[in-house]
Design a protein around this ligand. Structure first.
Ligand code: FES
Length: 97
């Protein structure tokens, strides 16, 4: 049983942009390699953030952390909660699952 706040190797595999199945580690690597001037340029990373828009605040946080030198950016909620909140967001926007 793992603690929710524990950083595990699987964290990097977590999908941040669930619309385009873009995991955290790919986003962080893109920022490290390309150092785009704007977080919105993460759209060039497999389309991250260009679907429903739910992940944009999280993409921006990851972008800010990596640009500041953070080696292990993270999302401060469980994968289950993230998924549930996205479903609620999409419902409120009138988007189908
Ligand atoms: S979860 Fe990234 S655009 Fe929908």
């Amino acid at each position: 049983m793992s603690d929710e706040t524990e950083v595990t190797p699987e964290d990097g595999e977590r999908e941040v942009c669930m619309c385009f199945h873009v995991p955290l580690n790919k986003i962080a690597k893109y920022v490290r390699l390309h150092r785009p001037p704007l977080a919105s340029e993460l759209a060039h990373c497999y389309g991250a953030g260009t679907g429903c828009g739910w992940c944009i605040p999280f993409l921006t946080k990851i972008y800010d952390e990596v640009m500041a030198g953070e080696e292990n950016p993270s999302i401060s909620m469980s994968a289950e909660e993230y998924k549930a909140r996205r479903a609620q967001y999409r419902k409120e926007k009138g988007l189908e699952e």
